[in-house]
Design a protein around this ligand. Structure first.
Ligand code: GDP
Ligand code: MG
Length: 441
C-alpha cells in the first residue's frame, strides 16, 4: 500500500501544481489505506472530509511540491486527531494512595499492562505501587498478577479466596493507605464481549475506588470492535484514557484512530510485546505513519524534497560548469521560478537562495516582476541575450519600450543578472556534486 500511496505522491511531485482532481485521487488512496488499517467507515469518512476541507482551504496550486502538501495535510490531520489534547505520558497519581482502575475485555492485556505500568511508575518516578487482581472469574488470574509482581519487584495484595471484586477493591484501598503506597492498581476481570454483568461489576468497583485514572486496555489488533468496546466502556464507566496493546504485531492500529475519534479519549500508552518493559508512551506520529502504511511519512516527504533539490542542483550545475550564465539562462531560471510557485516557493526551496530573499523582498519582487523580467529578456536580440554587457543606453530604452516597461526595470534586471552570474561563477568553481550542494546549504 505504501507503494500505491507513494506512486500517487510521486506523480503529484512531478506536476508542479495541485488540482482538485489530484487531491481527490490522493485522498481516495488514503481512504483505502485507512480502511485497510481497520479504521471504521464513518471515522474514515469524517477524516477524509476534514483533510479535504483543509486542502481546499490552502492555496495548494501555489505549492512548490503539491504531493508533499497533500501527504503533509493527511499526516498532520492524522496526528492531530490521534493526539488531540492527549496526556503527557504520565498517570495522575498525586494524593496518595491514587487508585488506578484497569478495564477491558478478556485477553486484551489488562494484567500484563497493569504490571508494565507499575514497573514504569516504580522505576521512573520512584513510586511505591500496590497491585490487586479483582479477577475472580478466571482461574489463576490472581496468581498471574502475583507472579508478575514478584518478577518486577512490585507488591501485590495478598490473595483471599471467596471475596468479590468490590471487597477486594476495598481491601486494596485500606492496604494502600496503611502501607504508605503512592498508587494502587485495580486489575479487573474481563469478558469475551461486553455484557451487563461485567459492566455492573466494574461500575461497583469504580464507585468504591473512585479511581484517579480509568484506563481501557484494548487489543490493537482488533479493528472495528474496538470502537464499540471503547464507546461502551466510556459510557458506562467513564474512561480517562486508552492503552493500545499488541502494537508489536502486524496490526495497523486503525483502532486507535477510530477510538480516538469516537470517544475523544486520549491514547496514553502502547504495548509492544509480552516483556515487562514493552510499553511506551503513545506517539501520534508513529501510529499515524503506521495507519497510513508508511513506516515514516516524514522521511518520505524528506526524500522527495531531496530528489527535487538534487534534480535542480544538477540542472544548474551543468550550466555553472560551462562557466556561463547569460540572459537565456536567466530567462530559463525565471521561467523555472514561475513554474515552481513563484519567488516565494523558490526561495523556500533553494537554501542557496535564502540569502537573497530579503533583498528580493525589499525590492518588492513578486511573480509579476518575474513576468516583466521575462518580457524584457524576450525583447532583447539573440546577441544581447548571449552577452548582455554590450547593451547601450539607446538599446536599453528600446528594449524597455518593447516590453512596455521602464529602463529602470531593465537596469534592475541587468544588476540582478550580474549578481547571479557572480554567484554562479563561484559555485561553478567549487566543482561538482558535493561541493555545490554544500554551497547551497
Ligand atoms: P487480560 O485478560 O486482559 O488480563 O490479558 P493478559 O494481560 O493476561 O494478556 C493476554 C496475553 O496477551 C498474554 O499472553 C500477554 O503476554 C499478551 N500481551 C499483552 N500485551 C501484549 C502486547 O503488547 N504485545 C504482545 N505481543 N502480547 C501482549
Ligand atoms: Mg487479566
Amino acid at each position: 500500500l505504501s507503494d500505491r500511496l507513494g506512486g500517487v505522491f510521486d506523480r503529484l511531485t512531478k506536476q508542479g501544481a495541485l488540482s482538485e482532481d489530484d487531491v481527490k485521487t490522493a485522498l481516495r488512496e488514503v481512504r483505502v489505506a485507512l480502511l485497510e488499517a481497520d479504521v471504521s467507515l464513518p471515522v474514515a469518512r469524517d477524516f477524509i472530509k476534514a483533510v479535504q476541507d483543509k486542502a481546499s482551504g490552502q492555496s495548494v496550486t501555489k505549492s512548490v511540491t503539491p504531493g508533499q502538501q497533500v501527504v503533509k495535510i493527511v499526516h498532520d490531520e492524522l496526528v492531530h486527531v490521534l493526539a488531540g489534547d492527549g496526556g503527557d505520558g504520565k498517570l495522575k497519581i498525586d494524593n496518595p494512595p491514587a487508585p488506578i482502575l484497569m478495564v477491558g475485555l478478556q485477553g486484551s492485556g489488562k494484567t500484563t499492562t497493569t504490571a508494565k505500568l507499575a514497573k514504569r511508575m516504580k522505576e521512573r518516578e520512584g513510586k511505591k505501587v500496590l497491585m490487586a487482581s479483582l479477577d475472580v472469574n478466571r482461574p489463576a488470574a490472581m496468581e498471574q498478577l502475583q507472579i508478575l509482581g514478584v518478577q518486577i519487584g512490585v507488591d501485590t495484595l495478598p490473595i483471599v479466596k471467596g471475596e468479590d471484586p468490590v471487597q477486594i477493591a476495598k481491601r486494596a484501598k485500606t492496604q494502600a493507605s496503611m502501607g504508605g503506597y503512592d498508587v494502587y492498581m485495580l486489575d479487573t476481570a474481563g469478558r469475551l464481549s461486553i455484557d451487563e454483568e461485567l459492566m455492573q461489576q466494574v461500575e461497583a468497583v469504580r464507585d468504591v475506588a473512585n479511581p484517579r485514572e480509568t484506563l481501557l486496555v484494548v487489543d490493537g489488533l482488533t479493528g472495528q470492535d474496538a470502537v464499540h468496546t471503547a464507546e461502551n466502556f466510556d459510557e458506562r464507566i467513564g474512561i480517562s484514557g486508552v492503552v493500545l496493546t499488541r502494537m508489536d504485531g502486524d496490526g495497523r492500529g486503525g483502532a486507535a484512530l477510530s477510538m480516538r475519534a469516537v470517544t475523544g479519549k486520549p491514547i496514553r500508552f502502547v504495548g509492544l510485546g509480552e516483556k515487562m518493559d514493552a510499553i511506551e508512551e503513545f506517539h501520534a506520529e508513529r501510529v499515524a505513519g503506521r495507519i497510513l502504511g508508511m513506516g515514516d511519512i516524514v522521511s518520505l516527504v524528506e526524500k522527495a524534497q531531496e530528489t527535487i533539490e538534487a534534480e535542480q542542483a544538477e540542472r544548474m550545475m551543468k550550466r555553472f560548469q560551462k562557466g556561463r550564465f547569460n540572459m537565456n539562462d536567466m530567462k530559463m531560471q525565471l521561467e523555472q521560478m514561475l513554474k515552481m510557485g513563484g519567488m516565494e516557493g523558490m526561495m523556500g526551496m533553494m537554501p542557496g537562495m535564502k540569502k537573497m530573499s530579503k533583498q528580493v523582498e525589499e525590492a518588492g519582487f513578486d511573480d509579476s516582476v518575474l513576468k516583466r523580467q521575462i518580457a524584457l529578456i524576450q525583447s532583447m536580440t539573440k546577441k544581447e541575450r548571449a552577452n548582455p554587457q554590450i547593451l547601450q543606453a539607446s538599446r536599453k530604452k528600446r528594449i524597455a519600450a518593447g516590453a512596455g516597461l521602464e529602463v529602470r526595470e531593465l537596469n534592475q534586471l541587468i544588476k540582478m543578472h550580474r549578481q547571479m552570474a557572480d554567484m554562479m561563477k563561484k559555485m561553478g568553481k567549487m566543482g561538482k556534486g558535493g561541493a555545490l550542494k554544500q554551497a547551497m546549504k
